[in-house]
Write a protein that binds this ligand. Structure first.
Ligand SMILES: [Cu+2]
Length: 67
């Protein structure tokens, strides 16, 4: 299942890469696809929203919940 979350503070491709890497590194088997224009990340696999919040915040971005 795929869940899309809103993440604030991503301003360039480097930010997008940092967010997807932070999630995918923390949760093996999970895919995280960032849409930079929309300010969202779509997460596919076994990871709950609080798990995603932790990964996003540790990477230095603002987690805003389900988009
Ligand atoms: Cu950036």
């Amino acid at each position: 299942m795929t869940v899309t979350y809103r993440v604030d503070g991503m301003s360039c491709q480097g930010c997008a890469n940092a967010v997807s890497r932070a999630i995918e590194t923390r949760f093996p088997g999970v895919r995280a696809l960032v849409d930079l224009a929309a300010g969202t990340v779509s997460v596919q696999g076994q990871a709950g929203s609080e798990d995603i919040r932790t990964a996003v915040e540790e990477a230095g971005y603002d987690f805003r919940g389900v988009a």
